[in-house]
Design a protein around this ligand. Structure first.
Ligand code: UTP
Length: 289
């Protein structure tokens, strides 16, 4: 089974990052020197997927311009001998074949995925959320494609979360299949803490069959009055096997300012070129009370 296409929903309002998201898309906020969106496009490319469909929104045109080549900038870097920077700039534009679809209104993640229906067509595909950053080599998506190769396209990335926050996630219950893998028996979007029977939360990586689109068409608005992808997965589960895969890696919640700060600090500590400076910076903070 060859998976060729990745859908990256990036049309949300990013309210947790207001006021910056008045004019800067959340997905372009940086971890160090690269936007979150680039980290996930890199993860997609590493998984061998070459076609990326970004769902964007009116007013978020800077997302498309980020992946376009910038001849004047490249010429300037060439003229000034800034070859390392030139390499970085070109890398961002050459990662994948990127196309765009517009979600006119932010009616929810499920609706954003449905907007990409025509671009995806009748084949399995992946959905990757640009504000869930997962650090690991091989990437979470590569790990999931390996699972999909054996069990078919219906693989959800999951991780155990503290019980106090289950109500913020889609939660799965399942029966064990192999290490890190469960066959899903039940899915609930944002269950109240006292009703949740599992703390295994779905995070932003999905390998999906094209049948999900019909399920999305049938899905009414749910939590937050939005069309939720998890609700469509509940319908899909009636006719299709789904698997929950506990990926290897650390996930950062880049959708919130503190999550992005944590990612920035930990990435700075992990990168050889920034490690010493990051350690000095943290040491310099001293005791904080
Ligand atoms: P989030 O719920 O994290 O994004 O959706 P948000 O709604 O922009 O953020 P807050 O809660 O207001 O702060 C996860 C991903 O799905 C996209 C978002 O852009 C984000 O990348 N999304 C969400 C859409 O593309 N369309 C939507 O209608 C909702």
């Amino acid at each position: 089974m060859q998976i060729r296409k990745a859908v990256i929903p990036a049309a949300g309002m990013g309210t947790r990052f207001l006021p910056i998201t008045k004019s800067v898309p959340k997905e372009l906020l940086p971890i160090l020197d690269k936007p979150m969106l680039q980290y996930v496009v890199e993860e997609v490319a590493e998984a061998g997927i070459e076609q990326v469909i970004i769902v964007t929104a009116p007013g978020k045109e800077s997302i498309a311009s980020y992946f376009q080549t910038q001849p004047a900038l490249e010429q300037h870097l060439l003229d000034t001998g800034a070859t390392e920077l030139l390499e970085k700039v070109r890398h961002a534009s050459n990662l994948a074949q990127v196309s765009y679809v517009i979600q006119d209104e932010p009616l929810g993640l499920g609706h954003a995925v449905l907007t990409a229906r025509e671009s995806v067509g009748n084949e399995p595909f992946v959905v990757v959320l640009p504000d869930d950053i997962i650090a690991h080599a091989p990437g979470a998506l590569s790990q999931m494609l390996e699972v999909a190769e054996r069990y078919g396209p219906g693989v959800l990335a999951v991780e155990p979360v503290p019980w106090e926050v289950v109500q913020n996630y889609g939660v799965v219950e399942g029966s064990p299949v192999e290490e890190r893998l469960q066959r899903v028996t039940r899915l609930v979007e944002k269950p109240p803490r006292q009703e949740a029977r599992s703390n295994l939360a779905i995070v932003g990586r999905y390998v999906l069959p094209p049948e999900i689109f019909d399920c999305l068409e049938r899905t009414p608005a749910g939590a937050k009055d939005e069309i939720q992808l998890t609700d469509a997965l509940v319908l899909l589960l009636e006719s299709h096997d789904l698997y929950a895969y506990e990926f290897k890696g650390t996930r950062y919640d880049g959708g919130s300012p503190m999550g992005l700060l944590r990612a920035s600090l930990e990435f700075a500590l992990a990168r050889p070129d920034t490690r010493a400076a990051a350690k000095a910076l943290i040491a310099g903070l001293g005791e904080v009370d």
